[in-house]
Write a protein that binds this ligand. Structure first.
Ligand SMILES: [Zn+2]
Length: 356
């Protein structure tokens, strides 16, 4: 295990850099220090990530090695330092520690593992039984959470509530791992926004399953728990139902997400707007899930999951390629011309993505 600030590489953290830049500009001096510190750590992780992204060639699948999928969780405490992973505090099957962060991390990793295993018969993040590692109390004033391909790392928050409180955030981060092992979508521009959206799609479904919510009963808000009990003006980090409406806060700024291709933002910031334009495919998924009704993971989620595993989706695939394959896979799963396939076509049309 790495003992420095820099693990081999990391995936995106849950708080977009644009939010931290706004906090650094608008916050109190304490908040500014926190944001600059958090951004600084983020930059060093990001540099590693940029250098070492996915290696699986398109279409190559790793097959499960173990006949029986078994969950293996380990939770560590970084004791407010930035060395990973820190001190082991809870292993699989051990009783609660009494530290809410350690126990929420244990439960959250379990919820994600169980979601993928029960619903899609997937054996952990890599589909080969990868152990689930979580690190809590990472860094001082670390207002973020991320997955670095080995472990999920949580800060205690500051402006935001502690990051273990949001199970959709844990689902979001670990789904970056699933995407990495399946298509390895580049974390840049449209394929990056698709990568971000897939993490939101599966993250929200993890939360819906934990709470037994049907599509129409969900709020479709990512990271609602990070805002609960804080002074922040907003309901969460992103709204899949109404992109661009999640927050409008003097410190965080305003939610910049479009929900339609007409609002597509061309920028070099945020890896080419990966946390911004993800609002478009997010809204398409929301529309499919609500149109089909019931639990989102049963039909809409199945279509998205099969598409994520589809060899036709490459590292540089964009919205149109992904949309085309979801329509195709809806036909394979539910029949050509089925109401499911029509709902998928219609949802993409409503957000301005129309594969020929
Ligand atoms: Zn992400």
């Amino acid at each position: 295990m790495s003992s420095s600030l820099c693990p081999p590489f990391s995936f995106a953290s849950i708080i977009p850099p644009i939010i931290m830049q706004n906090v650094a500009r608008n916050g109190t001096s304490t908040e500014r220090d926190m944001a600059i510190h958090t951004l600084g750590i983020g930059e060093s992780f990001r540099a590693y990530r940029a250098a070492q992204l996915p290696t699986l060639p398109p279409g190559v699948r790793r097959m499960p090695l173990m006949a029986q999928a078994t969950m293996m969780r380990s939770i560590y405490d970084a004791d407010y330092k930035t060395e990973l992973p820190g001190r082991l505090v809870r292993t699989e099957g051990a009783p609660p520690t009494g530290d809410p962060m350690a126990d929420e991390a244990y439960d959250g990793l379990g919820a994600v593992w169980t979601f993928y295993n029960d619903v899609y018969d997937r054996n952990s993040i890599d589909d080969r039984g990868m152990p689930m590692l979580g690190v809590v109390h990472f860094g001082k004033q670390f207002d973020n959470a991320f997955w670095d391909t080995r472990q999920m790392v949580f800060g205690d928050g500051g402006l935001f509530k502690r990051f273990t409180a949001a199970v959709d955030v844990i689902g979001h981060e670990l789904t970056h791992g699933v995407t990495h092992y399946e298509t390895g979508l580049n974390y840049f521009q449209q394929s990056g926004a698709l990568n971000e959206s897939i993490s939101d799609v599966f993250g929200i479904m993890v939360k819906q399953r934990v709470r037994n919510l049907k599509a129409e009963e969900s709020d479709w808000i990512i990271g609602a728990e990070l805002f609960r009990g804080t002074n922040l003006q907003g309901v969460g980090l992103r709204s899949m139902k109404a992109p661009g409406t999640a927050y409008d806060d003097p410190v965080l700024g305003k939610d910049p997400q479009p929900g339609h291709m007409q609002g597509y933002v061309k920028t070099f910031n945020d890896n080419g707007g990966v946390h911004i334009n993800s609002g478009i495919p997010n809204n398409a998924f929301y529309r499919v899930a609500v149109a089909l009704g019931g639990y989102a993971w049963e039909k809409a989620g199945r279509i998205w999951y099969e598409t994520l595993r589809d060899p036709k989706i490459r590292r540089n695939s964009g919205f149109t390629a992904f949309a085309r394959q979801t329509i195709y896979n809806a036909g394979v799963l539910f029949g050509v011309g089925s109401k499911e396939q029509k709902a998928v076509s219609e949802a993409w049309r409503q957000v301005g993505v129309q594969p020929k």
